[in-house]
Ligand binder design. Structure first.
Ligand code: NAD
Length: 485
């Protein structure tokens, strides 16, 4: 893997941030794989001013011309898929297959963005004799997005193509834990023909984010990350009267009923809590086991036990996170949980002993209300809570603070429908462990998983990244006019 340097992308060029250079080590091997630099407050201001200037010409282009640039961008991403997937997985710890899949999902959003030119861009009706009313979708100006470590390409790609297609300039603040993939995305946009200034990459943490939010030229802020920071970002932006949509953390529940298909539930539930090593906001975290589901649980344990670290499951983002998860498992044990599968005993892949590894872990007899059942751990840990019936399972799910995903495994339509209706989440799965909606359906949770209105992808997102202008027109006085003319 080549060493990647990712400075700040400002007005179409890479510039060294004046606020310090930081190294990045791979979570898989512990080896240094790149570095990034943090901009000064002055550099942030200059970059946003360059973005605002470039946006004016971009907004004047017909959307079909803007879409052509994005179409080139898509082809470059597909051409470079392997190299980008490798970079993503080496900086985030994902397996290569997960690195590829995340980028493909991002490209799916890009393909949706390419269809905006043929979708809802406006409409005109003669509302009265000689009077027309028209609505037009207009860009906001400069928009910003702040993203988490766990999907270095997919989460930014939820918003980059849609915001650009709608005529905005886009400022991206990637996670300081996974800042390197931004290098490939910015280079691909430049090669695609995106004019300088329309895409900006600024690194850093709280200070960079605050400067971006506070800049008067930044009109809307998207955020994806933990609930604590989502709330802070949402409050800061909306206090300034800005549009904000901040997606937060999650604690996703799966309700397993005794009539569930054993193969389907075994694979679906195991893959849900181990995929991306449990570091995804749609991962199963609590299994609400209703009645006698012993055989189903055995299947989940068997599948999770067969996973090979480094090949089937990736690494944790930091050593601190490994330590936190190991302690959380010990605390759950002390609180009475039985460890059916102990990830603390898993061996690091050969040659990668300096990486951040933890194997899949299944905790049984977890008490509702305990840490393992309520706190977002963000690792490959499944907490099983036993319930006497579906009503108890739904009641436990409904008590949780978050609201991203809930799934049910059953072969009963009416019981599945009850969970769909009563789950306190924005996304629900029926015999699907990771119920991420595919385009054009939008992605977004409720409760502590989202601050703001609307969703971040799909049709819903068009209203977030644009304004609707209403135009009423009359060209001559009507002789036969009525009260509306
Ligand atoms: P995080 O909240 O620590 O960081 C997210 C972003 O916020 C990063 O870019 C970071 O630099 C920035 N940030 C950190 N502290 C800040 C501060 N004080 N002020 C302003 N910005 C700050 O999240 P993370 O650890 O990178 O990612 C994991 C979290 O993201 C999990 O909680 C996960 O559930 C969540 N997540 C949610 C979704 C979703 O769609 N709801 C998707 C992916 C991840």
């Amino acid at each position: 893997m080549a060493f990647t340097e990712c400075d700040c992308f400002v007005a179409g060029e890479w510039i060294r941030g004046e606020h310090g250079v930081h190294k990045i080590a791979s979570p898989q091997s512990g080896r240094e794989i790149g570095r990034y630099s943090i901009p000064s407050i002055g550099q942030i201001a200059t970059s946003i001013e360059a973005a605002a200037l470039a946006q004016k010409d971009w907004a004047r282009l017909p959307i079909k011309e803007r879409s052509r640039v994005l179409f080139n961008f898509r082809n470059i991403l597909l051409r470079d898929l392997e190299a980008i997937a490798e970079l993503k997985s080496s900086e985030s710890g994902k397996t290569l297959a997960e690195g590829r899949a995340g980028l493909m999902k991002g490209i799916e959003v890009l393909e949706f963005a390419l269809s905006i030119q043929n979708l809802d861009l406006g409409g005109k009706v003669e509302i009265s004799r000689g009077v027309t009313c028209e609505y037009r979708r207009e860009p906001l100006g400069v928009v910003a997005n702040i993203t988490p470590f766990n999907f270095p390409a997919m989460v930014p790609m939820w918003t980059i193509p849609i915001a650009l297609a709608l005529g905005n300039a886009y400022v991206w603040k990637p996670s300081e834990k996974t800042p390197l993939t931004a290098r490939r995305i910015a280079d691909a946009l430049k090669e695609a023909g995106l004019p300088a200034g329309l895409f900006t990459v600024l690194h850093g943490g709280e200070a960079t984010v605050s400067s971006i939010i506070d800049h008067p030229q930044v009109k809307a802020i998207g955020f994806v990350g933990s609930t604590k920071i989502a709330k802070l970002v949402y409050q800061r932006a909306t206090n300034l009267g800005k549009r904000a949509l901040a997606l937060g953390g999650a604690k996703n529940h799966i309700i397993l009923l005794p009539d569930a298909n054993i193969e389907l539930s075994g694979a679906g539930i195991s893959d849900s809590f181990t995929g991306c090593a449990g570091q995804r906001c749609m991962a199963a975290s609590v299994l609400l086991a209703v009645g006698d589901v012993k055989n189903h649980i055995e299947k989940i344990v068997a599948r999770a036990s067969s996973l090979e670290l480094g090949k089937d499951m990736g690494a944790m983002i930091t050593k601190d996170q490994v330590a936190f998860l190991r302690d959380a498992i010990s605390r759950a044990e002390k609180a009475g949980a039985r460890v059916l599968l102990d990830g603390r005993l898993a061996k690091a892949p050969k040659g990668m002993e300096d990486g951040n590894w933890l194997g899949p872990t299944i905790l049984d007899q977890v008490q509702p209300g305990s840490e393992a059942a309520t706190v977002e751990l963000f690792g490959p840990i499944l907490s099983i809570v036993h319930c006497k019936d579906i009503s108890e399972a739904i009641a436990i799910e409904n008590r949780n603070d978050y609201g991203n995903a809930c799934s049910v495994f059953t072969m009963s339509g009416p019981l599945a429908d009850r969970v769909v209706r009563e789950a306190s989440t924005g996304m629900v799965g029926v015999n699907v462990g990771v119920p991420v909606p595919r385009e054009p359906f939008s992605f977004g949770g409720v409760n502590a998983s989202k601050f703001g209105h609307g969703d971040i992808t799909g049709h819903q997102s068009l209203d977030f990244w644009s304004d609707i202008k209403k135009v009423t027109t009359k060209w001559e006085r009507q002789h036969d006019s009525n009260w509306m003319s």
